[in-house]
Design a protein around this ligand. Sequence first.
Ligand SMILES: [Zn+2]
Length: 422
Amino acid sequence: MCRILLALLATLTLAAQAPVLIRAGRLLDVRTGKVLADQGLLMKEGRIAATGPWAQVSAAAPKDAALLDLSGQFVLPGLIEAHTHVLLQGNRFSQDYADQILKESVPYRTLRAAAAAKAALNWGFTAMRDLGSEGAGYADVDLKRAIEAGVVPGPRLFVAGRAFSATGTYPLQAYAWELELPSGVRVVDGVDAIRVAVRDEVRHGADWVKVYVDRGAYLGTDGRLRSLTNYRPEELKAFVDEAKRLGKRTAAHVKGWDGIDAALSAGFDTLEHADGFTDDLLDRAVKQGTFWCPTLYAGFWVAEGRGPLGRKYPEMLAIAFKKGLAKGVKIALGSDIGAFPWTENPAKELALMVERGMTPLQALQAATRVAADLLGVRDLGTLEPGAHADLVALSEDPLKDITALQRLRVVIKGGVVVRQEP
Ligand SMILES: [Zn+2]
């Protein structure tokens, strides 16, 4: 065990210094959807320096380049998870959530988050957008920094810090009134206070502004999944405007029609969950270029603990997903892992996306190119020259069987091999 670790560390050190030349048996170009045979990839200083047919790239490669032979492998860009909670370990029932906030200290939760980040990287997720620390302050910002500094292994993190909700709308709630209890969010009300709070989140290192836009979903007499909005329209607009002014993007938690309508009107960049999506709202999302993380796996996983209506969510979401796909909504991979424990590989979300109507290629694009667009970065989710040298390799063809993504052989982040199966 120890010797393997030392050997791996030696590889890491070497890889970080010398250029590495990869021979890829098959390479997926996620932009065109084409699979290219016998390709060369030159990695230099953590970035892709050259790609193309093996003969061409290998002839032009520097003499000191180390060779990594993946000629029997299928290679694609590192996966991007666009909706995670590293500081949560599953909350099927509300008590699971309360227990974590009340019984686990933030340092303890952060240690668990570090283990979660390590697991995610091992599963091939080389970048993640983490949408709210759920009562753990800016521990997500700290984890991001620790990963960047090489203190602990993990994906490139894009974090939200503390998510926002209005007074009386988010757990912990319904305890004895005389108790002063912690909250899973930053509670803020009113336009001016919202502007200050957004500035303060950004000051603490938040890359994203996450807002709980609705709650209390119910089945309306019109047959739609309706909900109660947490904010007035001008308050939602204040979140979006202030974030934009500071160069940050915005994510809206929405379940029902009313929440989705409010989030679209305010101009949020991404919608999370959106079980109550209907044709009219999907058309607006397409027109506005809004991204959608449907979080299929979490919906399915927590259903049992969410009452009779909650058990219907997976079915509603499946219908909305098919419609959204047909209309061309920009769907990114986002499983909401954290709502389910970090022992489950979020690549299962990809399998569900395919079960619900995506082609395997569309699912792979949702986990690479589309997710990178959602993040607003050009150097992730692709293996074009200049991009981060983040990639995964497997011995099966994921275009034939998407579950093969759960059986990776190699994971490389920033030109460094972080997982290599014999
Ligand atoms: Zn979430």
